[in-house]
Design a protein around this ligand. Structure first.
Ligand code: ADP
Length: 541
């Protein structure tokens, strides 16, 4: 017997309708790529998102057609998210930090029909346009006054398109399993792979994001999602903000600590989210200027492991709670989050900090397990580490256009991460499977070593890779960037790490470089580092 409740399809346009009706005067503030700042309300936003849908229809976009965006976090980008997805098309968020050949590959692979781009990216796309086989129109996301001289064909101004429409449009209803958004992984090995979100997966993910234990978003929140809208749904924040009626502040093309801090203070930000590198810069800025964090209460940090010293400094010096989160493009992205749990409430501050350094408990709706190489489930004892497997309604089933699915027979998706899970359910990533250092048959966690090293006051950034060793197969090489004018010897690093990691984990060498390479999603690029140090001979060789 089936239940007899109303069977609405779960469509993302519902979030915007909700915000328009219930939070019409709540603000959305946006820094603009062409300069300046813009401010309006959810009521205005909803009208413009409908005009955006009308404009796309007028350009010939139909159901399930792909509309690409190459854009910073702005109010216009959010209009396109809602406009394209709301009308039943697919919003393909393109990451501008991918290599040019990857950009060409993914836009051709997605068969995007329109590319909406910020004025910042016009020179980049001019160079690639002749290779973009399926793009019919280039929509530059500015008004006519700021339209650049360009060699791009079929160019339109976004503001002109919006101005020409009435906004008299009703969001259509269709199957909730319809594709909604498309985002490619950064493709550290091989070509980037497309993850095709559905309305249903995004809707359920948003309800999860709005739980008290998740991103700490309520209707009173003022949110600055520094995490880009072109990467993994900006962790679902724009949808969640509309769903809650929270004030949203977009930093546009600005990622420097000074601008972010100014927004935090001037707009009264209470919640923000970004990868660790952004906060590394911010903490330095705060230390140098003696400034505080105003009304900021919570920062969600993920994408890479959050160093202990970062969590401690945010909480102790600035009264800002850190939520350590883990996720992937393939998990929409929220998979686990380190909110406090009744069971650990009475632990000491040090023990609580130990737990916060872990990547958190799986969120409701995501199942997690760890398995050995043969697919046996490992115990949740906080020690046994194995392949992290996940499944759930916002976890990938099949990559876009792939001929077989990405999961095993039981629906588990292998994340490529190595992790352990403790008795309270807190998961800890020890490495990417391909980055683990295999020394004499034992595993050394490069992440643990890196986190321990960045607590050294003279170290700005640290990366650890395995390098060939004739006796042990691999031994750790630590590559560091020091604070300006400082230097750190191998002996000094050993002395610092001695009481923080097992003795046999101590790196065989510490090398200082000017810069550590990063991927398009802001992670340390271990692949580039391994290439750079491919013939490196350790002193212990
Ligand atoms: P990419 O396109 O670069 O793969 P993703 O965001 O999908 O971008 O990357 C997901 C990966 O990032 C995870 O599999 C994991 O290795 C890493 N990651 C994400 N969050 C954390 C975290 N909190 N700690 C450690 N690693 C993390």
């Amino acid at each position: 017997m089936l239940g007899q409740m109303q069977n609405w399809p779960l469509l993302v346009s519902k979030f915007l309708e909700h915000a328009e009706i219930n939070h019409p005067r709540r603000e959305i503030v946006s820094m603009l790529p062409e300069g300046g700042q813009f401010r309006y309300t959810y009521a205005d936003h909803a009208v413009r998102a409908r005009k955006c849908a009308q404009a796309l229809e007028r350009l010939g976009i139909g159901f399930s057609d792909r509309v690409a965006t190459l854009a910073w976090n702005t109010h216009r980008h959010m209009e396109l998210w809602f406009g394209a997805a709301g009308m039943g098309a697919v919003c393909h968020t393109v990451n501008p930090r991918l290599f040019p050949e990857q950009l060409v590959y993914i836009m051709n692979h997605a068969e995007d029909r329109i590319l909406c781009l910020d004025v910042t990216f016009v020179p980049l796309i001019e160079k690639l346009a002749s290779e973009l086989k399926t793009i019919e129109h280039y929509v530059i996301m500015v008004g006519r006054d700021h339209m650049p001289e360009t060699s791009l064909p079929n160019v339109l101004s976004y503001e002109d398109l919006i101005d020409a429409e009435s906004g008299d449009y009703r969001w259509p209803t269709f199957d909730e399993n319809t594709a909604c958004g498309l985002c490619y992984t950064s493709g550290t090995t091989g070509n980037p792979k497309g993850v095709l979100y559905s309305h249903r997966s995004n809707f359920l993910h948003t309800l999860l994001a709005l739980q008290g234990d998740t991103l700490s978003i309520t209707s009173k929140s003022v949110i600055l999602p520094v995490v880009p809208m072109f990467h993994a749904n900006a962790w679902g924040i724009p949808y969640a903000a509309a769903g809650a009626g929270a004030k949203l502040v977009f930093n546009g093309p600005h990622h420097d600590p000074e601008t972010l801090h100014k927004l935090i203070m001037e707009e009264g930000i209470t919640v923000t989210a970004a990868v660790p590198t952004v906060w590394m810069g911010m903490l330095k800025y705060l230390e140098a200027t003696g400034k505080d964090m105003g009304k900021l209460k919570t920062v969600t940090i993920g994408g890479s492991a959050v160093p202990r010293v970062m969590i401690d400094t945010f909480q102790r010096n600035y009264g800002v709670r850190v939520n350590h989160a883990w996720g992937m493009t393939e998990t929409s992205p929220l998979g686990s989050l380190g909110s406090e749990n009744g069971a650990v409430e009475n632990l000491s501050e040090k023990e609580k900090l130990d737990i916060q350094c872990k990547q958190g408990r799986s969120v409701l709706g995501v199942e997690m397990t760890i398995m050995d190489d043969d697919g046996n489930v490992l115990p949740r004892d906080g020690k046994s580490s194995g392949h992290l497997m996940v499944r759930g309604p916002w976890v990938i089933d099949t990559y876009y256009k792939a001929d077989k699915n990405a999961t095993d027979a039981d629906g588990w998706f292998d994340t490529g991460d190595v992790a352990c899970i403790d008795e309270y359910g807190y998961m800890q990533i020890t490495d990417r499977a391909k980055d683990v250092i295999k020394s004499g048959g034992e595993w050394i966690s490069s992440i643990d070593l890196e986190n321990a090293a960045v607590a050294h006051p003279k170290v700005a950034e640290a990366a650890v890779i395995g390098v060939y060793h004739p006796k042990w197969d691999e031994r750790p090489l630590m590559v560091i960037v020091t604070e300006k004018g400082e230097s750190v010897s191998t002996e000094e690093m050993h002395a610092f790490l001695e009481d923080k990691v097992a003795k046999w984990w101590l790196p065989d060498d510490v090398v200082t470089v000017e810069e550590i390479p990063h991927t398009a999603t802001g992670k340390i690029s271990k692949k580039s580092l391994r290439d750079q140090f491919t013939d490196y001979k350790l002193p212990t060789y």
